[in-house]
Write a protein that binds this ligand. Structure first.
Ligand code: NAP
Length: 318
């Protein structure tokens, strides 16, 4: 099957190249980069030294000969490209993550084209993803936060997600939060009450959501600590059993008997969920961790591709 990546020179693009160049069912045909067009991938990434893959600035005709294209580009680019594409599309940006184009327009400020997509969280929408030509891959904070809260949502009054992410979450284009001068020996809270991912999370949760992200001085990995105010008394054991049941057919979600750490999942496509403590105020605390570049982006995108094409869900990701 022929695959391509637009935005192949960025952080998530690099992860996609690593996964797809080893994927048994995929031939990587287009690695689009405007800046590195004509250069071999090995000039940018030493680990590809025995590989002759090249970046190019591909035409629409070349992209349309593919079976699937991954859009690893900034918000707004997919809105422009998708109406012109004939192949299946997995968009890593926020452009096709919203049920309502009005909400997307309010949160992101781009006019939406109303093309319908499946929300690419396989643990929730596998059947929809299977039938879809266009998948909007979820945000990284959203993936960790939805996975840690979906099974308990109906018992929750409100949920506070206290999240930390490695600085690769901000992409490779220089910004305040991915500048080593700012994140070294530091923790940077930002958009403490109205980050855009909050509106994406709220689409799939009945409980009211509050969300604060922080950038920490590590390259990759993301933690969502959920503080869940419960509507009624329930034991921590019962909650944990509910989670095990909810995720029994989800190969990348692990319910663990410890408080998970970022190191447990770096460089993997797993989401690890643990903690499960309830305090005297009937507040449940659960921690989930993912690698923002894999389960939070490129790994999940390949998981979605596997589902869309009827491959083994875990192919290329173990
Ligand atoms: N980083 C994460 O943890 C993460 C997690 C989840 C989702 N995402 C989303 O995934 C997307 C990519 O993120 P990233 O972190 O990989 O970003 P990045 O490192 O900044 O890379 C983005 C790439 O897009 C290409 N690009 C930029 N503008 C373009 C345009 N107008 N047309 C075509 N290509 C363009 C650039 O390549 P050239 O300049 O070489 O063409 C660049 O390498 C973003 O929408 C981001 O929000 C990222």
């Amino acid at each position: 099957m022929k695959a391509g990546i637009i935005g192949a020179s960025g952080y998530t693009g690099y992860e996609l190249i690593k996964i797809l160049s080893k994927h048994k069912k995929v031939s990587l045909e287009v690695l689009n980069s405007r800046i590195y067009a004509g250069k071999k991938v090995k000039t940018l990434y030493k680990e590809f030294k025995n590989n002759n893959l090249k970046f190019k600035n591909a035409s629409l005709d070349e992209i349309n000969k593919l079976d699937v294209v991954f859009l690893a580009t900034p918000n707004g680019k997919a809105l422009e490209l998708v109406p012109k594409l004939k192949c299946k599309v997995i968009d890593l940006s926020a452009d096709y993550r919203f049920k309502s184009s009005k909400v997307y327009e309010k949160v992101y400020g781009f006019k939406h084209n109303n093309i319908k997509s499946a929300y690419g969280l396989p643990e929730l929408f596998k059947e929809k993803i299977k039938k879809s030509k266009l998948v909007g891959n979820p945000g990284c904070y959203v993936t960790a936060s939805l996975l840690v809260s979906l099974p308990i949502d109906k018992f929750a009054k409100n949920i506070i997600f206290d999240c930390k992410s490695g600085y690769s979450g901000a992409g490779s284009i220089p910004s305040y939060v991915n500048n080593p001068k700012n994140y070294n020996d530091n923790i940077i809270p930002y958009k403490i009450s109205n980050h855009r991912h909050k509106y994406e999370m709220q689409q799939y949760l009945k409980a009211k959501v509050s969300f604060t992200p922080h950038v920490i001085p590590t390259f990759r990995g993301l933690m969502s600590t959920a503080h869940i105010l419960l509507k009624k008394k329930i034991s921590a054991k019962k909650v944990k059993d509910m989670y095990k049941k909810y995720y029994k057919n989800s190969p990348f979600v692990k319910i663990v008997n410890k408080i998970p750490e970022i190191k447990d999942v770096q460089n993997t496509n797993y989401c690890m969920i643990g903690g499960f403590e309830i305090d005297e105020n009937n507040q449940l605390v659960i921690v989930s961790v993912i690698d923002n570049l894999l389960k939070g982006a490129s790994g999940q995108a390949v998981q979605n591709m596997n589902i869309m094409f009827g491959f083994e869900e875990t192919e290329g990701l173990m």
